[in-house]
Design a binder for this molecule. Structure first.
Ligand code: SAH
Length: 244
């Protein structure tokens, strides 16, 4: 898994966020994967407000308490909503362009940092990972390293609020049977590459994880997983806390 930050030449999402912030509009962000057809992400969605967020995200923001870390904060939409609620939040992102936009939009504590890097970030009561936030973990074999990192960052009694999706619906045949290669990689592991105008990023791994698999890894790593709420499209919000 990568532990560094991005450069602006290889940061299509940051370029899209900066464009939308400056001009109030942006071209679509193009998303490629060996697993799916080419797709587009409307950049406006990265600028959602509390009222336009899905209920799953609203629930996570309401639950977040104490000192909060917003991981992969993007345009800062969650951090700004938390600040408006009077909560104490630190936003981190590996995109220098996004970090600059967050500063300009008024996110008070924002840092250019990789969750898995060496920068000292302090400790937190709530670690927020939203918009298929498990994606940042990248690959299923990184789960133990992820939980080790969480142990360093979480205060006693703290928790991680993370949303993810179970991609198994993509592999169902007409009779409801599963077309999953059990000997292959975990089915929620996806490679992506993004492009915004001329700016092309490097390929990266993004992990979608079903709740049962997440619970299993959590329990092996000294954490307890609880499904807080299910979303409308095979997605859910999980609360992960360290065993007492
Ligand atoms: N949370 C935001 C943005 C989601 S996109 C929202 O819901 O709108 C994912 C973001 O995570 C991107 O901005 C990307 O730059 C950032 N990111 C990816 N890997 C990261 C890592 N290891 N550490 C910190 N941020 C990361």
């Amino acid at each position: 898994m990568r532990t560094d930050t991005l450069t602006p030449e290889k940061d299509p999402m940051g370029a899209a966020i900066a464009d939308f912030h400056r001009r109030g509009k942006a071209q679509p962000l193009r998303v490629f994967s060996s697993r799916f057809d080419e797709d587009e992400m409307p950049v406006k969605e990265l600028f959602r407000t509390f009222d336009t967020m899905p209920p799953l995200e609203q629930t996570a923001l309401r639950m977040a308490q104490g000192r909060i870390l917003d991981v992969g904060a993007g345009s800062g939409c969650h951090s700004l909503a938390l600040q408006a609620m009077g909560k104490d939040v630190c936003a981190i992102d590996i995109s220098p362009l996004s970090v600059e936009v967050m500063r300009e939009r008024g996110v008070r504590d924002v840092r250019l940092a990789n969750l898995f890097g060496n920068e000292p970030l302090g400790t937190f009561d709530t670690i927020l990972m939203l918009m298929n936030g498990s994606g940042i973990i990248g690959r299923i074999e990184e789960m133990p390293a992820f939980f080790d990192r969480m142990k360093q960052l979480l205060r006693p009694g703290g928790c991680i609020l993370m949303d993810s999706s179970d991609l198994s619906y993509l592999f169902e045949d007409e009779d409801g049977g599963m077309l999953i290669d059990l000997a292959g990689d975990y089915y929620g592991q996806v490679d992506f590459l993004m492009q915004y105008r001329q700016v092309k990023g490097e390929p990266f791994d993004w992990l979608y994880i079903d709740f049962d698999t997440l619970s299993l890894y959590a329990s092996q790593c000294g954490f307890r997983a609880e499904c807080v709420r299910e979303g409308e499209h095979y997605n859910y919000l999980a609360r992960l806390s360290a065993d007492a």
